[in-house]
Design a protein around this ligand. Structure first.
Ligand code: UD2
Ligand code: MN
Length: 300
């Protein structure tokens, strides 16, 4: 058997176990030292990750990965956070033998931020790029502290930011589904993605949870101790103020999910650029109560 014919460790879709996949030679197993004070630079990260191909792709050399993972990061004006994310996550994902690509979806302009819509755009562009079957939607500011925290999809949609330093490594409320979530392609299509209607801060993650429940699925979480993660401290960004109009939308998920989501997604692609460590997708997504169709004269 040639090396490429071996399957990578623990790389099975629908696998719910979360035991450590690694044996000595693959990489470390234990906790990682995550420090947001050290000096980082894109050049240094490139030099330390020469295996990564343009666009921020990597796949294991000695085994065949069954999961092909697109990591989608919603983004605007968080360069330093992105640099730390790349610094920690490229080595992390390679040690986990991931076949993965990084997509940074940047909202162009000053209109109110729409995290959820950027996630849907990331999904839509990533599926055109490679035959991904697992999608991990991650905030730019959260770094896992343990290599056993598998960046993989599972039998059910998986919540991966339930043990944050910010919340004293406890889950603040049971239905929390923000920060980092992992969906197989099938699971994501099943809920029609995120809602596109959440502008500004808050609620889009709770609505996503309601979609999962309405589709008859449950969510899973790995054990608290291996899922510990650090979030970079930050202020609320300008243009992402809390929006009270989002609150009543949450409970409407089960009625709206089939008409509001991937199936109704409209945006204008401004650029699609393969950088050394990630692919950047810059988009105009319009603004609240203003169909992109009207403001931009067409959909994409
Ligand atoms: C919480 C959730 C987050 C989301 C948000 C409400 C957790 C751990 N996190 O995070 O997933 O549900 O509340 O919307 O549950 N961003 C930019 N530029 C901006 C604004 C946002 O890049 O100007 C991106 C960035 O990836 C950021 C993410 O959007 O990490 C979420 O925004 P946040 O970090 O300000 O929200 P936070 O920490 O309150
Ligand atoms: Mn944050």
């Amino acid at each position: 058997m040639r090396p490429g014919q071996f399957h990578c460790y623990r790389d099975v879709l629908n696998d719910v176990r979360e035991t450590p996949p690694f044996k000595g030679k693959i990489g470390g197993t234990g906790p990682l030292d995550v420090d947001f004070k050290i000096n980082v630079s894109i050049d240094k990260i490139i030099l330390e990750n020469l295996n990564i191909t343009f666009g921020g792709h990597s796949k294991p050399k000695n085994c065949t990965a069954l999961q092909k993972i697109a990591i989608i990061i919603p983004f605007r004006n968080r360069e330093l956070h992105l640099t730390y994310w790349l610094f920690y996550m490229h080595p992390f994902l390679q040690k986990q033998q991931g076949d993965y690509g990084i997509y940074v979806v940047e909202q162009h302009g000053q209109s109110m931020f729409n995290r959820a819509k950027l996630m849907n755009i990331g999904y839509t562009e990533a599926v055109k790029d490679y035959d991904y079957n697992c999608f991990i939607f991650s905030d730019v500011d959260i770094i896992p502290m343990n290599l056993k925290n598998l960046y993989r999809c599972s039998k059910y949609p998986k919540h991966m930011a339930h043990s944050l330093d910010k919340f004293n490594f406890r889950l603040p409320y049971k239905t929390l589904f923000g920060g980092i979530v992992a969906f197989t392609k099938e699971q994501y299509l099943n809920i029609n993605g995120f809602s596109n209607s959440f502008w500004g801060w808050g609620g889009e993650d709770d609505e996503l949870y309601q979609r999962v429940v309405a589709a008859g699925m449950i969510i899973e979480r790995a054990p608290q101790n291996i899922s510990k993660a650090k979030m970079m401290t930050h202020m609320r960004d300008p243009g992402n103020e809390r929006n009270q109009k989002n609150v009543p939308l949450i409970s409407k998920a089960k009625f709206k999910m089939h008409e509001d989501g991937l199936s109704s997604l409209e945006y204008l692609l401004i650029s699609f650029t393969r950088h050394r460590l990630y692919t950047k997708i810059t988009v105009d997504i319009g603004k609240p109560d203003d169909s992109v169709k009207h403001s931009l004269g067409g959909s994409v």
